[in-house]
Design a protein around this ligand. Structure first.
Ligand code: HEM
Length: 476
């Protein structure tokens, strides 16, 4: 009850702050135009409490049932239009993307750095996106397979015999893979440790109440962010002194003279490094956590994946030879399990944009300055597109989903450039996990948390242990 009171007070305060900050930026729609159906709730607070006092997905689903594919509401002082159909989401993210800009709270921009690509649109965004995409293209990822495999082996080894919160273990893992991708596995150990230490302080403060006074998580995070910037500056100057241009993400950003003979500044590079770490970590970690849960809860499927992975493990002399990129491409069932986990968990339930002009969609007005939220999860859980949507059934991906109904990595100009990397690290982890280990979930078997992505309750504490040793002849 006390907790509930605190949450309500925090939201009221946030709503008031949001109103004060935004009252000059949003304007009331003209009198005669038709806004989408829906309710704006209380003045300023809107429907914030209804949204956050329960599973937000229940809020979205109830509204969709009542009002249809497009409805209005007001959250944290912002008027919003929510869109639950593939056509409407495509309109905002793909075909008319230029009419909607990315929008984030200012405190988040400050924490990650204002030059990170996902805060921008237009030329700067496209230029950065090309650089990030090229460094995350399959031909560059191939070379990372041995390093990612070594990271997986060491992570599972340190978990062996203990109860660990799966989400925490996966966060460390996805961070390490992020560092490999950015610095190409040649980063000195002391930098790795310091980057990790400071990044985790930033991560803790990211979703805290944004008050920058000594002692608050936010203040600590801002200070840690400054240290990160300083370290990244040192790493860049060391690379420049050596005069070697690497092919990793940092190398691509530092060697960005191709386009317009224009170098990125060190601030621009640092903000994008921190931005990629941020975009890569919790997303991949929460999907991995759900995969462990789904496999644990579906023993028959687990047996089938194990059979697929044991085939590859056997070909590799039961771990004597390394996994290859080509082998990861042939993991057909494992791939379907990843796709179904992305659908079921829909860890990014929705995204935000802001209308830059008055926009008309299907006879409704979306006024300039209003937030627009395509609801990915509603689309992924619509029985019209995915039969029996609450059932975990990877076989549904034997045939491709209907066009524009499956967007775990978004779509359009801001879609995820890290999707191949995310899948690669998941393939490698599942391979070693199911071929060599067994695991048991401890504590509650149901329930979810928001951190801020959806994760199983308490981060899914689980005990992991090595399955009986397999000899080189293949006998268990
Ligand atoms: C399973 C894991 C992941 C999921 C589900 C995921 C999902 C998404 C989604 C839905 C978007 C679009 C957001 C929007 O339109 O507002 C996005 C953008 C982005 N993702 Fe991912 N992502 C994952 C992993 C990664 C990884 C591993 C990286 C980098 C190594 C990454 C880097 C990015 C970046 C930089 C953007 C912004 C792109 C832009 O604004 O142009 N993501 N991601």
């Amino acid at each position: 009850m006390e907790m509930c009171y605190e949450v309500i007070c925090t939201f009221l305060l946030l709503a008031l702050l949001a109103y004060l900050l935004t009252r000059n930026h949003t304007r009331r729609p003209q009198a005669k135009v038709k806004l989408p159906p829906g309710s704006m709730g209380w003045p300023y607070i809107g429907e914030t409490l209804q949204l956050y006092s329960q599973d937000p997905n229940i809020f979205f689903a109830t509204k969709q049932k009542r009002y249809g594919e497009i409805f209005k509401t007001q959250v944290l002082g912002y008027p919003c239009v929510m869109l639950a159909s593939p056509e409407a989401a495509r309109f905002v993210l793909v075909t008319q993307a230029h009419l909607f800009k990315p929008t984030y709270p200012r405190s988040k921009e400050r924490m990650i750095g204002p030059w990170a690509l996902f805060f921008h649109q237009g030329d700067y965004h496209m230029r950065l996106r090309k650089l990030v995409q090229s460094s995350l293209a399959p031909e560059n990822l191939r070379g990372l397979v041995p390093d990612i495999e070594a990271t997986v082996i060491s992570m599972l080894d340190s978990w062996d015999g203990h109860v660990v919160k799966t989400f925490h273990a996966m966060k460390k893992f996805s961070f390490d893979v992020g560092i490999l991708t950015i610095f190409g596995g040649r980063l000195e150990e002391h930098y790795k440790q310091e980057l990790k230490r400071n990044y985790f302080i930033v991560d803790k403060g990211y979703n805290s109440f944004p008050i920058n006074i000594p002692g608050t998580l936010f203040h600590k995070a801002i200070k840690a962010r400054k240290r990160l910037r300083q370290m990244l500056g040192e790493i860049m100057s060391e690379r420049r002194k050596k005069g070697v241009m690497e092919k990793d993400l940092l190398g691509c950003l530092m060697d960005s003279s191709g386009d317009k003979d224009e170098h990125l500044s060190d601030d621009q590079i640092a903000d994008n490094i921190i931005g990629v770490l941020f975009a890569a970590q919790d997303t991949t970690a929460s999907v991995l956590t759900w995969i462990l849960k789904y496999l644990h809860d579906n023993p028959k499927l687990l047996e089938a994946v194990k059979a697929e992975q044991m085939g590859i493990h056997g070909t590799n002399g039961y771990g004597k030879q390394p996994l290859t990129w080509t082998q990861t491409r042939g993991m057909v069932l494992t791939h379907r399990i990843i796709l179904e986990s992305l659908r079921m968990a829909s860890i990014i339930s929705f995204t935000f944009r802001e209308a830059v002009v008055d926009v008309e969609y299907n006879g409704y007005l979306i006024p300039r300055g209003w937030k627009v939220m395509p609801l990915f999860r509603n689309i992924h859980h619509n029985p019209e597109f995915f039969r029996d949507p609450q059932k975990f059934d990877p076989s549904r991906f034997k045939t491709a989903p209907k066009p524009n109904t499956f967007w775990p990595f978004g779509n359009g100009v801001h879609s995820c450039p890290g999707n191949e990397l995310a899948k690669l690290e998941i393939f490698i982890l599942i391979h070693h996990l199911v071929a060599k280990y067994r695991w048991e979930v401890e504590g509650p078997q149901s329930g979810i948390e928001y951190s801020p992505f959806l994760v199983p309750k308490h981060g899914l504490p689980a005990k992991l242990w090595r399955a009986s040793v397999i000899s080189s002849s293949g006998a268990a």
